[in-house]
Design a protein around this ligand. Structure first.
Ligand code: BGC
Length: 471
């Protein structure tokens, strides 16, 4: 077969039809409901109760710390909430050294605690908290699946996004973090644990001016993907009866649920499953889990494309100057070396003979290409990205479908989003909206929807959670 026909075949395989979108929405709703009932199905949707029971209205005030471990970076911030929908944020960001991502929980958390210590020394040396023996409240954004039993307690279910620290699974990450902060005598109490999606939902509710409707969903499309929404307490059946009764007595009616939609359809009943998806899954430490994330989020898009390119080379239709796999440029053979940032450049390259793509592939993979190869790579890039954006529509449409607030006549709603893919990948949001219009929500529903970027959402949201924790 020729390069063109091989490429067309793959593009076709990556197309997500209206039928798949609609079946996806039905399946998501089915799995979400059973996830709210019980945790029996290990491969099901986790639907984790977060113990966040009130949504900010923008009037919150205070100075709080936030620490954010999400993917490749760790951020420590102090957040000043001004009580008028605005905030001021000071932050220090550090890259997580690769070896820490597969080390021990002590090694990881002592590193995190030392970064908090440095931050306080740099920015809050003379604060009253540090001088009068009081402690700062810190909201900890920990963006991995964690089963929470209270706002400030949660055990790690499993790692995602390339982290693999087995001894941490099953531990309460708040306790581990606190013990390392205490060991360094850092004057900080970890008073809330928040997933980044929960943070995004809260931050967007804090900053939103309500012109674009209530924020119903907070979501991340970055290294990983996930979403959170506010659910009626009585629908979260897996919360033990005595706990629910206690909450009800306090006047609580709703609780934010962290869906962990990265694990949507782990059984692959509706998600597409190309041979490249199978190959990528094989390379991960959470094999068989987070199958939705592995088709959608930034960490995986480049890796899927890399497998396609290696396959087309093995079929003798690309990079024919290299005979045999071993002779391909080293970086093209190295897992995770093709960054989704490169894909975003290729996606919109309209330079003559795709010269920008040529440069970018030379720089990132040391891979020389012909014009024909670049045209093919651009088509494939667009197919991989479009499939991701189309699949991204499924959980959003499903959650809106499940939420009563969306059912009101002509009500406009807001979805707060954060993460490199939704923020920077060219056309991602537009493609996602096209697909939402093809779901049960329809184009009328899609028009009532606003997808807004919640910049720094996860940190601001964690600070809001810490504020809500009573002393
Ligand atoms: C994690 C989620 C997180 C998402 C986005 C996923 O891999 O399981 O907890 O919210 O990434 O950061």
């Amino acid at each position: 077969m020729s390069l063109d026909s091989e490429v067309d075949k793959i593009v076709q395989e990556f197309h997500v039809s209206e039928e798949v979108l609609q079946k996806g929405v039905d399946r998501f709703i089915e799995l979400a409901k059973s996830g709210l009932n019980s945790d029996e199905d290990k491969y099901g949707l986790p639907m984790i109760p977060t113990y966040v029971t009130s949504i900010p209205d923008g009037k919150e005030k205070g100075v709080l710390l936030a620490a954010d471990l999400g993917g490749t970076n760790f951020r420590v911030c102090s957040v000043q909430l001004n009580g008028d929908h605005t905030f001021k944020l000071i932050q220090q960001k550090s890259h997580i050294p690769a070896e820490l991502m597969s080390s021990t929980s002590d090694e990881l958390f002592s590193y995190l605690a030392s970064k908090v210590e440095v931050f306080l020394k740099t920015h809050h040396e003379n604060s009253t908290e540090t001088s009068n023996g009081k402690k700062f409240k810190l909201g900890f954004t920990f963006s991995f699946p964690v089963t929470q039993s209270a706002l400030n307690a949660g055990t790690l279910l499993r790692w995602t996004k390339g982290f693999n620290i087995p001894d941490c699974v099953g531990k309460d990450v708040v306790k581990v973090f606190q013990s390392h902060l205490d060991a360094l005598k850092v004057p900080v109490t970890v008073s809330a644990l928040a997933n980044d999606t929960v943070g995004t939902l809260l931050a967007r509710s804090y900053t939103g001016s309500n012109k674009e409707g209530t924020t119903l969903v907070g979501c991340i499309f970055g290294t990983g993907t996930n979403g959170a929404y506010n659910e009626k307490l009585e629908n979260i059946k897996k919360i033990p009866d005595d706990v629910r009764e206690k909450l009800k007595a306090q006047g609580v009616t709703h609780m934010v649920v962290n869906t962990e939609w990265g694990s949507f359809d782990n059984q692959l009943k509706v998600l597409p499953n190309s041979k490249y998806d199978v190959q990528v899954d094989e390379l991960t430490s959470n094999k068989g889990f987070h199958m939705f994330e592995k088709r959608v989020s930034g960490m995986f898009l480049g890796e899927i494309l890399r497998h396609i390119l290696v396959d087309l080379h093995s079929k003798g239709v690309m990079f024919t100057q290299y005979s045999g796999y071993e002779s391909l440029p080293h970086r093209l053979r190295t897992p995770w070396d093709l960054d989704s940032e490169v894909l975003s450049l290729i996606e919109i390259d309209d330079s003559t003979k795709l010269q920008a793509t040529e440069l970018s592939l030379r720089q990132s993979l040391r891979l020389p290409t012909t014009v024909e190869e670049r045209l093919a790579i651009q088509k494939l890039t667009r197919a991989v990205a479009k499939r991701s954006a189309y699949l991204a529509a499924i959980p959003i449409a499903a959650l809106l479908h499940m939420t009563e607030a969306f059912k009101g006549h002509n009500i406009e709603v807001d979805v707060g989003a954060d993460g490199s893919v939704v923020e920077f990948y060219p056309g991602f949001r537009t493609m996602m909206r096209d697909a939402i219009a093809q779901t049960q929500i329809g184009s009328q529903g899609e028009r009532r929807l606003h997808v807004n970027i919640a910049k720094d959402g996860s940190s601001v949201g964690a600070a809001l959670c810490a504020l809500s924790e009573k002393d």
